[in-house]
Design a binder for this molecule. Structure first.
Ligand SMILES: C[S@@+](CC[C@H](N)C(=O)[O-])C[C@H]1O[C@@H](n2cnc3c(N)ncnc32)[C@H](O)[C@@H]1O
Length: 195
């Protein structure tokens, strides 16, 4: 069977033409077109930011008066943001708040573990990352703020989205067009952080 990751689809070609490091930028772009979460001047945290396509998009959205702070175990080669080159489990909300210059308007997480092919193991690892993102988001967000998080579908996904929902006024599950057909990921878009 051919490997779908090797075939350049229209999002891969578009990312290359528009200078983005990854096609995943079009997942965030669809979220933005639908929910209008990002605005000039905001402070945004990007968890799992490497290779930097979401960060680059966010830097453009928040403009010169905004701030983007990214965290990843790999460092993106990108100007215009602050990069914390460490695991999300080793980063504290105090550190992120200092880098941001205040609390966050939006926290996004596209974090995923290195997948093993064992669906249950990958799911559990990914939900752990998503839970870490939720903890940091609840410590960092302004009341009214938003949280966008990648989730791997599986037996803990519903409990996870319920945990997210407990902190926000609204939660939507979104599967952007740019998500590959064989991928089990979706995004939880939570708005109206209750603080
Ligand atoms: C799908 S990629 C993110 C792509 C990124 N949104 C972009 O558009 O360029 C997932 C990222 O999660 C990161 N990641 C996985 N485990 C992590 C951890 N414990 N701490 C920080 N980042 C982690 C990986 O290094 C990887 O870069």
């Amino acid at each position: 069977m051919s490997n779908p990751y090797k075939r350049p689809d229209r999002f891969t070609k578009k990312a290359k033409a528009e200078g983005y490091a990854a096609r995943s930028v079009y997942k965030l772009d669809e979220v933005q077109r639908r929910f209008r979460l990002f605005r000039p001047g905001q402070r945004v945290v990007d968890l799992g930011c490497f290779p930097g396509s979401w960060s680059r998009y966010l830097i453009q959205q928040v403009g010169k008066n905004g701030t983007v702070v990214g965290v990843d175990i790999e460092e993106p080669d990108l100007d215009g943001g602050t990069w914390i080159h460490r695991s999300v489990y080793e980063v504290t909300s105090e550190e992120l708040r200092t880098a941001l210059g205040g609390s966050a308007d939006v926290v996004v997480s596209d974090m995923a573990p290195r997948t093993t092919g064992n669906r249950l193991f990958d799911h559990v690892q990914q939900i752990e990352l998503a839970d870490r993102a939720l903890l940091l988001a609840t410590e960092l967000l302004e009341p009214g703020g938003s949280f966008v998080v990648k989730v791997f579908e599986g037996e803990d996904a519903k409990d996870y989205t319920d945990r997210v929902k407990a902190h926000f006024d609204k939660l939507k599950r979104v599967r952007p067009e740019a998500v590959r057909k064989n991928s089990r990921e979706f995004f939880a878009v939570a708005t109206g952080f209750r603080g």
